[in-house]
Design a protein around this ligand. Structure first.
Ligand code: ADP
Ligand code: MG
Length: 697
């Protein structure tokens, strides 16, 4: 059976093609200008657009519409209103005005504002983002929107992203003008996020309170086999997984998500989906949509999709590689070195802006990937270390070295030799891969690998955009007034000074090694091990200055974001600790008491017959001792959790208490329970074991 994706791709999206067919010409033209150039839409056109969207949406099964936004909670938000409007004869007509399309007013009071609301007002507004397409899903028209407070402060993840895209475009165009480019009018950041996830059987999931409450297992002894054979990576897809993936693709394609790559990942039960890259704004929306759809499609297959960064201890966790680049509206990728990077001064200028930016604002990138879940990954030798550094690769490193030394560099065109004549020859990539680097140049883009699997990618991308905008602005300020006959020489000397000053951020070696940790410290690079170590730096003076300069975030908005991030951290650990206490008290400890009673009954019976051996007493003693440990750790955990949750001084103090007082006790409790698990008969154990969960699908 043939299947041409082009026949049904984006069939539920109000995209350019639909707009062209359904909007009057001048309105379509204005919409295109708004989408492509960011010019505001004439308000009188809003009614026309709204009406066309409504008719189209109804034809596609929608009875409702919703403003769709990305508040500071972990997921997207939606509130559905119908198109119905009562008529005098007791019937309804379907109505949708420009006003309803453009603006919404959800009750903002229950969304986290990080203190912004007390200083402003409880009102919050959603405003239509015409740069991302509307779509129909489950009987509703989804309208991508930003979410801001009454006084215009960002209460969401999208507003700063859009602001940062404008800033980056303006500054990048200034640089392009320096090189004589007169045609480019807009530069856009692009991203392709590789989404990792786990799939497990729903029956197993339903029996684990920890998975249900927290998205990860809080207990669980390692099975005899983990991922050491590396037999899961790129392995042949099992039928149930293949069926899920193909259902997922189709569902994503219908709503216009460019899903393209799918494969098994390193850990048992772990997989990946990557879309074709697009603008950071659309890609962020699409990634949010993809995560939601993954969870829903999994349920249709009696599976549960886990997006947590560390669902299982002892095997790899999940990240989201954020492939980021910048491109012009006439099709040029500004991070493409071309075949002779040494001569490509424009490319080297953008490259040096990135190098300097990442060195100066490493803390911001680290913060953009900080969460309770991701703390389990970063620095744990499966994911990039918590230290930010750039992997440049052999060729570009050669170019940078030559530039710094004032020598020449000859790019070799390398052809790959396989040694079998019948196989086609192909050119060798200019960079090898370095999986251990958090920020790696991969040929024509940078891959930021710290991002957690459940993160909204708006955050890392607005940080990246703003950081690079800042550096491009500095370079443009310096170079714009340089006379043409001095331009080349001055630019070269500026780039050399940037390389000299910031090359400490470049590291091409093994990021997992202990030597790198020591070396990085010598170089003065920050190593923020956890969320609570880095987030307080959000509002450092240099960061506030950068965000305020480009109007991406105000000081108040930064403070709010830091506070929400820390609060979120504290709440997450609090839920985890309470879940552990609950499971220990209601499941593990009673099970172990019952088992030791059974052993003791056996011992008494055997003693009566004089056939008792040390086996039963040994096991009974171990179970009793470990149960005592588990019981004591549970009591201690209750105590430290209550203490942490009562802290009122600041979100930072509270988060720190969870990090340093609560987590160590959680570890103690887990150690005792996991030790009990390995000496208790599996049919007595009250929850499915790791081996049942990750090798089961
Ligand atoms: P890997 O081989 O690193 O696992 P994948 O093929 O899984 O890579 O994913 C690479 C991602 O990078 C894809 O989403 C791809 O669309 C994206 N990508 C490619 N070029 C660019 C670019 N210029 N800007 C942003 N992302 C890009
Ligand atoms: Mg990758």
């Amino acid at each position: 059976m043939s299947k041409n994706v082009a026949d049904f791709f984006a069939c539920d999206v109000f995209n350019d093609e639909v707009m062209k067919a359904r909007l009057p010409k001048p309105v379509y033209k204005a919409m295109t200008k708004t989408r492509k150039m960011g010019t505001p839409l004439d308000p009188t056109y809003a009614d026309v657009v709204a009406n066309a969207i409504k008719d189209w949406a109804i034809e596609h099964g929608a009875t409702h519409y919703t403003h769709w936004f990305q508040p500071m909670t972990g997921s997207t938000a939606e509130k559905h209103d119908s198109f119905i409007s009562p008529t005098e004869n007791g019937m309804v007509i379907m109505n949708f005005s420009g006003k309803e399309l453009v603006k919404g007013e959800p009750d903002a009071s229950s969304f986290p504002s990080g203190g912004l609301r007390q200083t402003c007002s409880a009102r919050g507004y959603t405003a239509w983002d015409p740069t991302s397409y509307c779509f129909v899903k489950e009987g509703s028209l989804y309208i991508p929107t930003v979410f801001v407070s009454y006084t215009g402060e960002a209460l969401d993840k999208k507003t700063p992203l859009l602001r940062s895209m404008d800033a980056l475009s303006q500054q990048a165009v200034r640089i392009l003008r320096l090189f004589g480019n007169t045609t480019t009018t807009k530069v856009t950041s692009t991203v392709g996020p590789e989404q990792e996830y786990f799939l497990i059987d729903k029956k197993m999931y339903d029996q684990r309170e920890d998975l249900i409450m927290t998205g990860r297992t809080l207990f669980g002894a390692m099975p005899p086999k983990g991922q050491e054979l590396e037999d899961q990576y790129f392995a042949n897809l099992k039928p149930r997984i293949a069926a899920f993936m193909s259902d997922l693709d189709e569902t994503l394609w219908k709503v216009g998500v460019f899903a393209t790559t799918k494969h098994n990942e390193v850990a048992p039960a772990q997989h990946e989906m990557a879309p074709v890259f697009t603008t950071t704004n659309i890609s962020t929306d699409q990634n949010e949509l993809a995560m939601e759809i993954m969870e829903k499609v999994a349920l249709k297959h009696d599976l549960v999709c886990l997006l947590h960064e560390k669902p299982f201890d002892g095997v790899n966790g999940s990240g989201k590689h954020n492939n980021w680049s910048i491109g012009t509206n006439d099709g040029q990728n500004l991070l493409d070195p071309g075949s002779t990077p040494m001569e490509n001064m424009q490319f080297l200028t953008f490259l040096c802006a990135v190098i300097k930016g990442i060195d100066e604002y490493a803390d911001l990138l680290r913060i953009s990937a900080a969460s309770a879940g991701n703390d389990h990954r970063l620095g744990a030798n499966e994911a990039p270390p918590a230290i930010i550094s750039i992997f440049m690769g052999e060729e570009l490193q050669g170019v940078l070295d030559a530039l710094e030394a004032g020598t020449s560099y000859k790019s070799e065109s390398k052809v790959f030799e396989i040694g079998v004549d019948a196989l086609p020859a192909f050119p060798k990539d200019s960079t090898d891969r370095n999986r251990t680097s958090p920020f790696a140049f991969t040929g024509n883009r940078f891959e930021f690998r710290m991002v957690g699997s459940s993160d909204n990618i708006g955050c890392p991308n607005f940080q990246l955009n703003t950081i690079v905008a800042g550096e491009l602005c500095e370079i443009a300020d310096k170079m714009e007034n340089v006379p043409a006959d001095k331009f080349d020489e001055e630019l070269k000397s500026l780039l050399v000074s940037i390389i000299k000053e910031h090359k400490r951020i470049i590291f091409n070696g093994n990021g997992y090694s202990q030597e790198w940790v020591e070396e990085a410290e010598k170089r003065g690079l920050p190593n923020y091990k956890s969320t609570v170590d880095c987030v307080p730096h959000y509002a450092d003076a240099k960061n506030v200055a950068l965000f305020e300069k480009f109007g991406v975030l105000s000081k108040a908005e930064i403070d709010a974001r830091a506070e929400i991030q820390l609060e979120n951290y504290a709440k997450t650990i609090n839920i985890e600790a309470l879940t552990m206490i609950d499971m220990a008290k209601k499941k593990y400890i009673p099970t172990c008491i019952a088992y030791s009673k059974e052993l003791c009954d056996t011992i008494s019976a055997k003693k009566a017959l004089d056939i008792c051996t040390s086996v039963e007493t040994d096991i009974a003693k171990k179970i009793t001792a470990l149960t005592k440990q588990a019981y004591e750790a549970t009591s201690k955990l209750e105590e430290v959790t209550a203490k942490a949750s009562a802290i009122e001084t600041s979100a930072e103090d509270m988060a720190k208490s969870y990090r340093f007082d609560v987590i160590p006790v959680m570890d103690e409790l887990r150690a005792a329970v996991d030790a009990l698990e390995v000496i208790t008969p599996s049919e007595k154990w009250p929850v499915p074991a790791y081996s049942d969960i990750i090798f089961n699908v």
